[in-house]
Design a protein around this ligand. Structure first.
Ligand code: SF4
Length: 219
């Protein structure tokens, strides 16, 4: 049900893998903002290059910086449990962050750091072309929901062209505030329904476009 997409004609698996690999290489050597000075490892992101679901957090923390991988440590374990509630495994999704290098002391990423890192995130979104983007926390939410409050809009899917964006609390925040835990769990439990609706929508788009394609081949 929630397996990676098969053939949407957007980008071939090989192309997607190549592009993601190139982006990861660029990120690991990136000098574009001050965070390059204090990182141990850059964290480009990881997961399925043909994922239907892409999750975007804020930035690497202590353990992520040490390992060069996103969402390890306690928030990573909690994220794995949340994904399981949606019938998903880490191998099914792609996980990354708004900034790819750890802000010192886990401070918030600064606007100029987010702006400098944005082309990498945009490149990853274009290469993966997910059906659903889940924003985790307010910094990734701000990319699609400027001026909104997460407490008001979490879990509410918003259409953005061919895909939907679902804002959610950051797992680390939910781990520290038990009042948010139920909310993020419920939001993840709604993901299968959102994915099913996206699948139906893509199928009806394909059915609608099929006669046009057949007609264009006649001329
Ligand atoms: S946070 Fe992004 S822009 Fe800044 S150094 Fe790391 S990869 Fe480059």
């Amino acid at each position: 049900m929630t397996s990676p997409k098969e053939d949407r004609g957007a980008v071939s698996e090989r192309d997607g893998v190549d592009v993601l690999g190139e982006i990861a290489d660029q990120v690991r050597g990136c000098p574009k903002c001050e965070l390059c000075r204090t990182r141990t490892n850059a964290v480009p992101g990881e997961g399925n290059p043909r994922a239907r679901v892409m999750l975007i957090g804020e930035g690497p923390g202590f353990y992520e910086d040490r390992e060069g991988r996103p969402f390890v440590g306690n928030s990573g374990k909690f994220l794995n449990a949340l994904l399981a509630k949606a019938g998903l495994a880490r191998e099914d999704v792609f996980i990354t962050n708004v900034v790819k290098c750890r802000p010192p002391g886990n401070r918030d990423p600064l606007p100029d750091e987010i702006a400098a890192c944005a082309p990498y995130l945009e490149g990853q979104i274009a290469a993966i072309d997910p059906d659903v983007i889940v924003t985790l926390g307010r910094f990734s939410m701000a990319r699609w929901f400027a001026g909104e409050r997460i407490s008001k809009i979490h879990g509410q899917a918003k259409r953005d062209g061919r895909r939907v964006i679902v804002p959610m609390y950051h797992p680390a925040a939910a781990l520290h505030q038990s009042s948010l835990r139920g909310a993020i769990e419920e939001d993840f439990e709604r993901l299968p329904k959102i994915l099913a609706e996206m699948e139906r929508s893509r199928e009806s788009e394909a059915a609608r476009d099929a006669p046009k394609e057949a007609q264009s081949k006649l001329f």
